[in-house]
Design a protein. Sequence first.
Length: 262
Amino acid sequence: MNKYNFLKFEVNDHVAKLTLNRPESMNALNPPLWDSIIEAMREVRDNKAIWLAVITGAGDRAFCAGADLKWRSQNEETVKSHVKNEDDIFFNHPKFELWKPVIAAVNGYAVGGGLELALACDLIVASEDAKLGLPEPRRGLMADGGGIQGLIRQIPFKQAMEIILSGEFIDAKKGYEIGIVNRLSKKEDLMKEVNNLADSILKCSPMAIQAAKQSAVLGKDMNYDDARIAEFSMFTKLKKSNDFVEGPKAFSEKRNPKWKSE
């Protein structure tokens, strides 16, 4: 039985797939769904059998249409009094310590909180019909869930500011051109393209991938020389792992490596 509210969670061949499952609401985020996403990502983080995660949305209209404004309008006092704390942390935050790669499979609209969710992932594969944007200012709101800070750190500043200040949507092709989207696909081939990317990652040592992601995330705001010589915790674990020995050994023996992630 699925233990998550409004979220399908399945694991196959080391890949966890999270499907936002509110298609009648264009997979809009309400507190139960958001709590389920965080709990599922804890499972991804802590389960050694999971090496990679994919997040997508049910139906063909939207990846995620952002916050559920209907719920928000019915719970105004709760929203106004809500204070962020360490227990309400985005899974891409360094303190959450999720070093496994996460791919967003974006179909349809990824706007507002939906774009913030996609930006929290390491990679984005989008169908050609996808629409991206932060419409919050047009509703008297602000993209305070990582949208503003994520965009200005991931794409050129002027491009980010146009999206932030206009509230307009851009299409997936534009997203690809400015660097939000890694790969484009035809609508019917979205998961095929996601699987192609996932397969490429799964050919790598999961321990090495986690060490590399941690180094990138923790080192990106450090001085170059300090980051270059820093030995983060996952690299220390990698050097003590079977994968650290197996990779060079498999190469010398001209065979495919057998990763154990330990």
